[in-house]
Design a protein around this ligand. Structure first.
Ligand code: SAM
Ligand code: SF4
Ligand code: SF4
Length: 340
């Protein structure tokens, strides 16, 4: 039985950030010119991540997502995938990547046992991609998506953050592109987390605006009815194409949130908006037994009362969550550190 938190939400999903480094600099995530990086010696070894995952599975976790920073810049990531894929209690093993290094790694990741891949892609226009990420890598991302979609993963998805004045005019183009490569597209509302220091309410394209925009092109859109704790609500357009919307900003789904996050240096966060993490690396390296670690995890989760996005929604004057100075003092508040 999974451990339940104070709102009776089970612990099921663990997002594991394998590095805080990234080979892109998306405006809404890493807009600065330089960053304070986690000390190298603090980064968990793959074998340490495997031991922690074993403990998490005893507390209910059966779904894992590898993320970052950019997970594919972590050397030999397929070795971690192999360790995690061999665990019988893990029913779902997914990866979120910006896709730049995917073409060269997709085969090894698939062979190592990765189930699903989500690629982040916000624009199909090369100049726009460069302006948004500071690197001219769109061709490599598209090659990575093509490679992944030819390899028989159980699902390939595309996540697009929609920002007014940046890419809100590409909803149809992204959906059509997703269909051509057999990938379901999920539109993500722009969130005021971590490095999104330029966030403002005006730049958020809401779920209802996304639906309106697509309905203008495709005609009536119907919801796909399903029971799931997945963050995306899914919809179908008249030609049968299914897409998702992750409305974390205007219609948060905290009530069913079963996700927590492990940073690359072993801090465990119970919410994307959480300010304090529980140090698991310290006890792990000091020789804590699996039973000790399990107690730590169970007591953390059973006292969880986080519903960060709902609290943000209730604010009248809402601006970026944290300032650049605060992020410098505590890089764990960065989205690229705790894993999106
Ligand atoms: N580097 C990988 C990538 O980009 O897919 C994995 C880490 S990234 C932090 C995970 C996801 O968080 C990406 O889909 C990214 O678009 C999303 N993200 C980052 N900052 C965001 C923000 N301010 N609002 C909404 N989504 C954001
Ligand atoms: Fe962009 Fe992902 Fe890197 Fe953040 S971690 S800058 S979202 S590629
Ligand atoms: Fe879960 Fe926190 Fe996101 Fe709400 S804000 S869905 S509680 S991670």
């Amino acid at each position: 039985m999974p451990v339940l938190d104070t709102f009776r939400r089970p612990l099921r999903n663990l997002r594991i950030s394998v590095t805080d480094r990234c080979n892109l600099r998306c405006q809404y995530c890493m807009p600065e010119m330089d960053y304070v990086w986690l000390p190298r010696q603090d980064i968990l070894e793959f074998e340490e991540i495997g031991r922690l995952v074993d403990v998490f599975t005893t507390a209910g976790v059966d779904r894992l997502r590898l993320t970052g920073g950019e997970p594919l810049v972590r050397r030999d990531l397929q070795n971690l995938v192999r360790i995690l894929a061999s665990k019988s209690k893990i029913r779902d093993l997914a990866l979120t990547t910006n896709g730049v290094l995917l073409e060269e790694q997709a085969g090894a990741l698939r062979d190592a046992g990765l189930h699903r891949v989500t690629i982040s892609l916000d624009t199909l226009q090369r100049d726009r991609f460069r302006a948004l990420t500071r690197f001219d890598e769109l061709p490599r991302v598209l090659a990575g998506i093509r490679a992944a979609s030819s390899l028989g993963f159980s699902a390939v998805k595309i996540d697009s953050v929609v920002i007014r004045g940046v890419n809100h005019d590409e909803l149809v183009a992204l959906l059509e592109y997703g269909r051509t490569v057999g990938a379901e597209v999920r539109f993500i509302e722009y969130m005021d987390v971590g490095g999104a220091t330029q966030w403002s309410r005006e730049k958020v394209v809401s779920r209802s605006e996304i639906l309106d925009g697509l309905e203008r092109h495709y005609g009536p859109i119907e919801p796909v009815v399903e029971e799931s704790s997945a963050p995306a609500d899914r919809f179908r357009v008249s030609d049968g194409t299914v897409f998702g919307i992750i409305s974390s900003t205007t219609a948060p789904f905290c009530a069913s949130c079963d996700r927590s996050r492990l940073t690359a240096d072993g801090l465990w966060y119970l919410c994307l908006y959480g300010v304090h993490g529980t140090d698991l690396r310290g006890p792990l390296r000091a020789g804590a037994s699996p039973a000790d670690l399990r107690r730590l995890i169970e007591s953390g989760w059973s006292s969880r009362a986080d519903r960060g996005a709902e609290e943000r929604l209730a604010l009248r004057d809402r601006a970026a969550l944290v300032s650049v100075d605060t992020l410098r003092r505590d890089p764990h508040l960065e989205m690229h550190t705790r894993g999106g």
